[in-house]
Design a protein around this ligand. Sequence first.
Ligand code: F1P
Length: 557
Amino acid sequence: MDSVPFTERRNALTMNIDADTVEDAANRLHECNMEVFYGYENYKGLSDDEFLNKLDQLVILVKATLQNEKGIIVISGCGTSGRIGFLASTFFNQLCLENNLPKKYHYIIAGGNSALVTSVEATEDDPIVGAAELKHVSESFERVLFIGITCGLSAPFVGGQLEYCLDNPEKFIPVLIGFNPVSMARQIRVPKWSGDKTFYGVASRMEKTSGALILNPIVGPEPISGSSRMKSGTATKVMLDTVFYLASTNTNAKARDVIEEFKITIEKMKNETTDIANVIQQAGDCMINNGYIRYVGSSTFGIWGMIDASECVPTYNSSYDDIRGFMTNDYFKKSLNPESADSLVSPALDQSTPDDLWKTFQDLPPSSLIVFIDREYHLQKALVDKLQQKNHRIVWIKLLSTESLESNSNVQMIDFSKSITSADVTKQYLIAELILKLCLNTISTAAHILKGKVYQNIMIDVRVSNIKLFYRAIDIIKLLTGVDKETAEKCLIQSIYQTNDEINNQTIEQHITAVANNKDHIVPIALLMCLSNYSYTQAKLQIDKCPRIRDICTGNN
Ligand code: F1P
């Protein structure tokens, strides 16, 4: 067990979350969230003194870069880590403009802008592309503070960038954010990294380099094993917000003070458990009955909605349509890095007027669930009324809005506004974003649990879209069926290529590419092949008949 990285371990609190009541599930997820702040086992999470000192050091580095005319801060990551970097750079660039500074923050995400709202995970395995993109964005600057985020200390895309910084110390200060000790960094070689390099090699080199900073507090295993969008994503957001906030404002406060304020507010989310549980139940019922979930929001609140929705596709192999987010202003589109005109990100990024939204929503399947984020509930009241007439379920997540729900309304409200008491407007907004992230993650995760996409606390229908996920899938199959690694890998590969024959002549990269053309339940089919000694064809037939993937593992299929 010790060699299993914390970010891939199973959390003891959620071992049976798939059998819990919705109220218990909401409580378990909240307790897991609090581990980020209070720590896990003997580790102190974000309250660790050594870590907090390093965070204060980073504040000094960010401040210096903000004041340096030829300096920029580049934040880079893959998947969720890249999305959180994008959101932080968007928010704090806005603050730069308000402080009469040019935009000092730049984001990079593996796979480009489309990866902000879709899964383009294969690029995560490419250190060459990572380094080339960093070189490109930093060309016209003399000093670059580079913050590379990879929760598992594993992504070669970020590894290649850190290596490039270490090779060019006169220009770059490298900072690594992740949630495992360096000894657990990924040691697997990837085909595109010459000289047998690994992420572990780069992280070890950073440890020995003066001036390089590694920020890797242990926040403990994810509630759904490996789902780093959850606790690791939360910790990443808290760290970036704390550092950038402190560097942009005239305050004597330290990282500890700001994190404490985040912690106290997040703790108060527990007061809303009953309302959260009600929404989880509705979201689960909606998904089980083939309804859709829609989020409607503006500015960064709307972006959080789009991001939460898009992450369900790779995590649970859900369909693109199951959960989607929509923007009511053009804030998202305006925040993007310029890319070639033909690189389509998502039409949903565009501003949607109430008429556009009605056109899109009027054909939603019966009993769909529409979540209005904060002020959008009142701004879109006419749409709310039309959707209610069609008997859809409406949820209002209230954060900073000062309006109230009309009496006799049958809208389900979750009111977090009373917990957001910070006197500082910037902090109020950052706290509201964090609450929103946690709330949406809880709703979408728990809805997939109710839909049977989780067995115990394991994501049994993960899309095998990069090398990390390929090895995670093998571990899941081994764990749940008791077969050896070779058998698990053989069945997984047969399932990827949709064949009863053994495939021995393809590389791991080719396997990942083949996944992109396969919409099947790849891991569940491989699981069934191992559990029941079925051929690919037999297992596929069985899975097609069984809508609840969890039932395969419990033998109820
Ligand atoms: C990056 C990432 C995750 C995603 C999935 C695939 O992980 O894209 O955000 O949920 O697990 O990998 P990391 O590099 O931050 O560990």
